[in-house]
Design a protein around this ligand. Structure first.
Ligand SMILES: NC(=O)c1ccc[n+]([C@@H]2O[C@H](COP(=O)([O-])OP(=O)(O)OC[C@H]3O[C@@H](n4cnc5c(N)ncnc54)[C@H](OP(=O)(O)O)[C@@H]3O)[C@@H](O)[C@H]2O)c1
Length: 256
């Protein structure tokens, strides 16, 4: 028996139109899962779904706005209608407000980040829990995509870092409360992962000393998240709940 096997598990991924979520959807499908991809840019999702299907996998694309509770409810319902009860929910959708300090952001910036990263993950988890409870499933599994910004922050990460700090506490409290539904709740906390969106900035000369501050002297690649994501999404983590798994090349250890 391979505890990491995802064959026939239905996994819903929020924010799957780019970056980590886009990569996770393909990875999970390649490991046997049926995946439902949610985000606002449906065309991007459809492209990924075609790619997954062409490789022999099962995938569905659904429009989702995690700032809209009705959209989240519809997403969970339509995902289950399309591919059966959802075994795993990955709360990955996330945004930043740009490099602004607390004196620079306005209330719209605050709401944009907190509603997407924090409230969206809570409302989606609530809708998912209702789904698990009503579908007579043996249990469920929620994976939050947090960040090392939950513990350490740079200037200009307001309120992104606050949303991730709260996400860690949400993971812990939710784990306590979700156990009665046999739902596990854990978080993946990546360090700086190079994606198409941030490559130019992270690899610029200006960021060289920042990179050298990472004990492993390099940023993370999407492939560095394979093992940790498969662990949290599969039964290999069946006795884990309330954990935050840091994947950062030692970045948060480097405080001096
Ligand atoms: N890249 C890193 O270094 C890094 C490190 C640590 C943690 N993370 C976390 O990883 C997650 C993904 O980040 P990323 O780097 O992959 O960024 P990204 O490429 O910008 O992807 C963000 C995703 O979130 C979706 N999204 C944003 N607002 C949404 C909404 N209202 N409803 C539904 N989906 C929404 C976007 O889709 P649409 O725009 O199509 O809706 C997109 O698919 C975030 O939670 C982030 O905090 C990233």
């Amino acid at each position: 028996m391979n505890p990491f096997d995802l064959t026939n598990k239905h996994i819903a991924v929020t924010g799957a139109s780019s970056g980590l979520g886009h990569y996770f959807a393909g990875l999970l499908a390649a490991n046997g899962a049926k995946v439902t991809l949610g985000a606002r840019r449906v065309e991007k999702l459809k492209e990924k779904v075609s790619e997954i299907r062409a490789a022999g996998g099962a995938a569905t694309a659904l429009r989702l706005d995690v700032r809209d509770s009705d959209s989240i409810e519809a997403f969970i319902g339509a995902a289950a209608d399309a591919q059966g009860p959802i075994d795993v929910l990955i709360n990955n959708a996330g945004v930043e407000a740009g490099s602004k300090t607390y004196t620079m952001i306005d209330e719209d910036d605050w709401d944009f980040v907190m509603d997407t990263n924090l409230k969206g993950a809570w409302v989606a988890s609530k809708a998912y829990t209702k789904h698990v409870a009503s579908s007579n499933a043996a249990g469920g599994n929620i994976v939050m995509v947090s960040s090392i910004s939950d513990r350490r922050a740079n200037r200009g990460q307001f309120p992104y870092a606050i949303s991730k700090g709260a996400m860690t506490r949400m993971t812990e409290v939710m784990a306590l409360e979700a156990a009665r539904y046999r739902i596990r709740v854990n978080a993946l906390a990546p360090g700086y992962i190079v994606t198409d969106m941030n490559r130019a900035v992270l690899e610029s000369q200006q960021f060289e000393s920042f990179r050298m501050g990472i004990p492993m002297r390099r940023y993370g690649e999407l492939e560095d998240l394979v093992g940790p994501l498969l662990l949290l999404a599969s039964d290999a983590s069946r006795y884990m709940t309330g954990s935050v798994l840091t994947v950062d090349g030692g970045h948060v250890c480097a405080s001096l």
